[in-house]
Every structure is written in C-alpha cells, then in structure tokens.
Design a protein around this ligand. Structure first.
Ligand SMILES: [Zn+2]
Length: 130
C-alpha cells in the first residue's frame, strides 16, 4: 500500500518526529530509501502485471495466427483468457475501422462477434498489413 503523503513534521515512514528543515519528509536516509523503494516496487509490480497481460494477449493472437486461422470469434478469444481491455496501440484506417494491436499482432472487428487478425509490417513503421 502506498504511504500517504502528509504535511507534518513527522517521518512519512516511521512517524518519528523530524527535526531540522520544515520540508523534510523523513527522519533519516534509511526511511527515505525505504519509502522510495516501496513506491518503485508498486509501480514495477503494476508494470509487470500489465506486461504479462499484454504478452498473454499477443500469445493468444499468435497461436491463432500460427494455426493458419485469419479469423476468430470473440468467444474463442475470451475462452483463451484474452483481455479486450488492454492493447499496445490502436490504428484507425481511412474507412474508420479500428485495429487493436498487442505489439505486432492485432485484430479488427469484422462484425457478428468475429475478428480478423492483422500483422504489423516490421519493415515500414507507417505501413500496415491487413
Ligand atoms: Zn523515519
């Protein structure tokens, strides 16, 4: 749990009374280090969890693509544990179709709860393969 910032003359970590400058937040270097370590750990955990979810999404899309299928249903994705709420990028083409990418593999709705898989062209950043 993130330690709450507070305005007082007590250490944010151990609540020890702080002497010295009024803007000091920690009683000593140990408490300062421990505070920043905790904050870094929380963001690292969040980033790691998000990366794992993104990698899982990509792996699900890649598995379908590797099997030779170009189209899949939302049910098929959901049953595999696909998380529709996260992606690495979005591309909207000139016809208004939205492509959701997990790194280099994406999907676009083709209606009727089905998606067409798409791959990003590795050689040309601005060009997209559909
Ligand atoms: Zn302290």
């Amino acid at each position: 749990m993130l330690l709450k910032e507070k305005i007082s003359n007590h250490c944010l970590v151990c609540d020890e009374k702080i002497t010295g400058r009024r803007d000091k937040k920690f009683c000593d270097d140990h408490c300062r280090a421990s505070y920043h370590h905790q904050i870094n750990e929380e963001s690292n955990t969040l980033i790691r969890k998000m990366n794992n979810r993104l990698k899982k999404n990509r792996s699900i899309l890649k598995k379908i693509d590797d099997s030779g299928e170009a189209i899949c249903s939302s049910k098929q994705l959901s049953l595999s544990g696909f998380d529709f709420s996260i992606h690495t990028s979005i591309y909207i083409n000139e016809l208004g179709a939205t492509f959701y990418y997990c790194y280099d593999i994406g999907y676009v709705s083709i209606g009727n709860d089905h998606y067409s898989l798409v791959k990003r062209n590795r050689n040309f950043k601005e060009k997209w393969e559909v």
